[in-house]
Design a protein. Sequence first.
Length: 282
Amino acid sequence: MIPVTAFSSYRIRTVRPGRAESGAGHPQQTYAESVTTNTASSAELGNRRILLVEDEETIAAVVRDYLVRAGFQVDTAGDGFTALEVATARTPDLVILDRMLPGLDGVEVCRRLRQTMSVPVIIVTALGTEDDRILGLEMGADDYVTKPFSPRELVLRVKSVLRRSIKDHTPEPAVQSAGLELDPASRTVTMLGSPLALTAREFDLLAFLMRRPNQVFSREELIKAVWGWDFGDLSTVTVHVRRLREKIEANPTKPELLKTVWGIGYRFDVPTEGKAEAVHGG
């Protein structure tokens, strides 16, 4: 973990929205400031754009510095409304979103982002309760990090989420089952021809299970295979399974596709042709 004294060693010059800083050698800039780097970026991820939404300026400066050194372009915003404006204007590849923000909190920002774009979201929260984490995931967050946190760990989380959300140069073939068609190349899913809006993690979870029909996986196995974590809060898997059911099941309370195997984990069942029509209300 980065100590508090490390944050205090950073000096930050920030201009609030609508105000400019004048003076010799100081060009005008806004608080939603774009920060770029000339250092070589990772060949795997490219020079991806991150939107960092954090109202604590010292934390924002430290995290921004780590991201820039990792080869990312970084836009920053200090409140929820500015975050939405910047996201619309800059089209980030990923959003790091503080849970507690002035004006509009992080959960509401995440919900509004989900209405307009499928960008991956990592929520950063000082509220470490399970209910708070589940709320963020239910609003569409792909991952969460609890304060205090290590900036290095956050960068690793960013890379992990991006790897799974960016199209691979040699994607796996499309898979079809139970009226669902999942295409890794375009990262799209349709049900009976109608597109489904899935987050990056929801897509990866569904892809993993669809490629392994009728096999049971524990939450520990799923969090390692899909999230790439050796350990973590298993409620993350539970929430994503629930969200997937809401999108692919005719009756999410009585799932026919994404089944719970009590005491073990989850399984994607492939119904027979006749039963498949009943599953989707045909």
